[in-house]
Design a binder for this molecule. Structure first.
Ligand code: SF4
Ligand code: MG
Length: 323
């Protein structure tokens, strides 16, 4: 159990037991303090649900979420409210997540007020000015409204709001997916710079492995509510062991022309979470599926140091085993 060993060391871990129909099933992982775990998979794989479970924006039906050693699923509403300051979310859609009738100062200072971080109105305005500077915006913007900003600027405002309460853990749910490609790298760089300064941990959700290539320390690949591969970034990108990871990687823009030859194209869409295929849930789309895959569900196995893959045909890598 990845979670148990981790729980003493600060940071966050998640475990859910496995049964029935649900969006997130039998997933288990941890995020260390100061680390970025990227959570990647196609739309409909349960990534956002998992992100919301971790912050208890959705109450899990079972399993546990250990944050700094405490299971937050069993906290009272009042205890959870205080915990919220430590766990924040950056949303996918900067348009939808900022209230159009509130000024930037009101939006960013709301959590400061709720958590009693800046007590007077003047303190809050000072804090908002600092936060705007930290996310690369002019403090003079604070009395304007979200509609006056571009998508990238709005996402900076959303980030300022999330970091205003000095969180230790941030779920960034596809924070750049709604933005122009030219702006995406700027926002990823901003998130990375803020982390270097403030040492918080991210669960960085993306549907595309290219987006998280620079920011991730480790990568978890999710398919139909289960983590099918998880490991250090270097191993997952250079030696993916699960066919689903391989397909996601070959769909990403590839700077190395030698790799283009091995492009794997996935057929069809992700099946409905209410009709998860038996055996390996990926077998209906897997280019190398065999009969056993329809019957027997593979568990995560360690295939190279700290890299786990849930495929019957994942082969431990002799190079990394030796090295
Ligand atoms: Fe494909 Fe079978 Fe491996 Fe599943 S267990 S990923 S179906 S080869
Ligand atoms: Mg989503």
């Amino acid at each position: 159990n990845l979670g148990k060993t981790f729980s003493d060391a600060g940071g966050l871990s998640f475990t859910s037991s496995s049964s029935g129909v649900r969006a997130v099933d039998g997933a288990s992982f941890s995020v260390k303090a100061g680390e970025t775990l990227a959570l990647v998979g196609e739309s409909g794989c349960g990534k956002s649900t998992l992100g919301r479970l971790l912050l208890r924006l959705i109450q899990p039906t079972d399993g546990e979420v250990l944050f700094e050693g405490r299971d937050i699923t069993s906290l009272s509403a009042a205890e959870m409210r205080m915990m919220r300051a430590k766990m924040q979310m950056v949303f996918q859609d900067p348009y939808g997540s900022l209230s159009p009738r509130r000024s930037i100062a009101q939006i960013i200072s709301e959590p400061l007020e709720v958590f009693g971080i800046a007590k007077s109105a003047r303190q809050r305005r000072e804090r908002v000015a600092e936060l705007l500077t930290q996310v690369g915006l002019s403090p003079s913007f604070m009395d304007r409204y979200p509609r006056q900003f571009s998508g990238g600027q709005r996402q900076r405002i959303g980030i300022a709001r999330a970091i205003s309460v000095n969180p230790q853990f941030i779920v960034a749910d596809e924070p750049v997916s709604a933005l122009d490609v030219s702006v995406q790298a700027q926002i990823v760089n901003l998130l990375q710079d803020l982390q270097a300064e403030r040492k918080f941990s991210y669960l960085f959700i993306a549907h595309d492995l290219a987006v998280v290539r620079h920011i991730a320390d480790r990568v978890a690949v999710m398919y139909l509510g289960r983590i099918v591969e998880i490991g250090p970034k270097k191993s997952v990108y250079s030696m993916p062991q699960h066919p689903y990871t391989q397909a996601l990687l070959s769909a990403a823009p590839e700077p190395d022309p030698d790799r283009k030859a091995s492009r794997i194209v996935l057929q069809g869409d992700v099946p409905s979470p209410s009709r998860v295929p038996p055996g390996c849930s990926f077998h209906t789309r897997c280019p190398i599926a065999k009969d056993i895959c329809k019957l027997d569900r593979p568990g995560l196995r360690e295939v190279s140091p700290n890299q786990f893959s849930a495929c019957h045909f994942a082969t431990p890598n002799p190079l990394t085993q030796a090295g």
